[in-house]
Design a protein around this ligand. Structure first.
Ligand SMILES: Cc1ncc(COP(=O)(O)O)c(C=O)c1O
Length: 399
């Protein structure tokens, strides 16, 4: 056996032994409030980013179907080489309109968009400073940027404005100071202190980049994201977000900002220059999702009401979810094995909630993370809460 095969097999065995091996669950139907899961039947899903329930919204599915007929299955090459579809231009206009920037540029994922930014926009004279709890795609984007451009990098303590202020003060000789933060931190469900970030960035003439992947479609009265939540739409320099969560959930992402920044990314971002664009079907479904959201802000209200209801009832049952006001509601359990056990027991009760352990979250802070959707009915939420009560008592987490 080759040394590679030998190593990966040993490590896989260790994952199983340590109880951290991830077993994929197969679905035989669309993402919805309840999903059809092989071996488990119909289960309520509290573990998806389908925040607005648009994954199987008829208008969204139909838009993809129509695009398949109109544009065919694929893009067949890179945008600047073989031509770019009009649906991408329409999608990019809609993304920019939604998040409140002059322009946007789509990518096959938000991972790609985050990976493109530091490597394309920064140089050796610049620095990028990142929140300690930022998403893996931001971290890897910064690592790549550093390797390619030799830009400086730094990390500030999570949401700690004094630390960020000090780091920016120490970087005043840098040509560009870029600060990157998540809008909603996905493992905590907490919201970045955007007005404070804007103030500190302005003081130091730093560029603020906001990854709003979990906040687009979720925060603000119209789902325009963290900037709308804090009434600062139009004030963020660059916003990245995903089309793979609230906005239909298929795939794709975008970077939004000034026309010049988006044009520069079109000219120079390597994921644009050397990789196909989003399939037109996916772009059309994402566009239909944005149009649906613009016409139906009541979906965002329903999402918020559902999340408030679930959080409140969990507290009444005696659970202690992390405090917050987003549809991400984590319940901390301690060890990874405890989170996996709770997740397994809930699944046996017909409720799918993923357990997260180290290294995704810090050691000793393993958790089950509930994600609420506007698609959940009160019956779905009550049935899920009954399962939480049963399993919570079984595990002696509540009285
Ligand atoms: C904050 C954040 N950024 C980026 C991504 C990646 O998004 P995509 O699935 O579009 O690559 C995610 C997905 O989990 C995320 O949570």
């Amino acid at each position: 056996m080759s040394s590679l095969e030998d190593r990966v097999e040993r490590e896989l065995e260790a994952f199983i032994r340590d109880g951290v091996y991830k077993r994929l669950k197969f679905l035989d139907g669309p993402q919805a409030a309840r999903v059809r899961m092989e071996e488990h039947g119909d289960v309520i899903i509290l573990s998806s980013n389908n925040y607005l329930g648009l994954s199987n919204e008829p208008a969204v599915v139909e838009a993809g179907r129509r695009a398949l007929d109109r544009f065919g299955a694929g893009t067949a090459s890179v945008r600047f080489i073989c031509g770019t579809f009009s649906v991408h231009r329409d999608l990019e206009a809609a993304c920019a309109r939604l998040v409140g920037t002059p322009a946007s540029l789509s990518f096959v994922s938000c991972w790609n968009a985050n990976e493109a930014l530091p490597a394309t926009l920064l140089g050796e004279e610049d620095i990028v400073i990142s929140d300690q709890l930022n998403h893996a795609s931001i971290i890897d984007g910064i690592r790549l940027g550093k390797a390619i451009t030799k830009c400086q990098t730094a990390v500030y303590r999570h949401a700690d404005m004094a630390d960020l202020d000090a780091k920016l003060a120490g970087a005043r000789d840098r040509r560009v100071r870029m600060v990157i933060t998540d809008g909603i931190f996905s493992m905590e469900g907490s919201i970045a202190p955007l007005p404070d970030l804007l103030e500190v960035c302005r003081k130091h003439q730093a560029v603020l980049v906001l990854d709003d992947s979990h906040a687009t479609g979720v925060l603000g009265a119209n789902g325009r994201g963290t900037a709308e939540h804090f009434d600062v739409v139009g004030e963020i320099d660059i916003i990245t977000s995903t089309l793979g969560k609230a906005l239909g959930g298929a795939a794709g992402g975008f970077a939004a900002g000034s026309a010049a920044v988006c044009d520069y990314l079109t000219q120079r971002a390597r994921p644009q220059l050397f990789s196909n664009a989003l399939p037109p079907t996916v772009a059309a479904s994402a566009l239909a999702s944005i149009e649906f959201l613009e016409a139906h802000p009541e979906r965002v209200t329903r999402l918020r009401d559902n999340a408030t209801y679930f959080r409140q009832r969990l507290l009444e049952l005696g659970f202690k979810p992390l405090p917050g006001e987003t549809p991400i509601i984590p319940v901390i359990l301690g060890e990874t094995s405890a989170a996996i056990q709770m997740s397994d027991l809930l699944l046996a009760e017909g409720v799918f909630v993923t357990g997260f352990g180290f290294p995704v979250v810090p050691q000793g802070q393993a958790r089950v993370r509930c994600q609420i959707s506007a698609a959940h009915t009160k019956d779905d939420l009550d049935q899920a809460l009954a399962a939480f009560r049963k399993v919570g008592r079984q595990l002696k987490l509540i009285g």
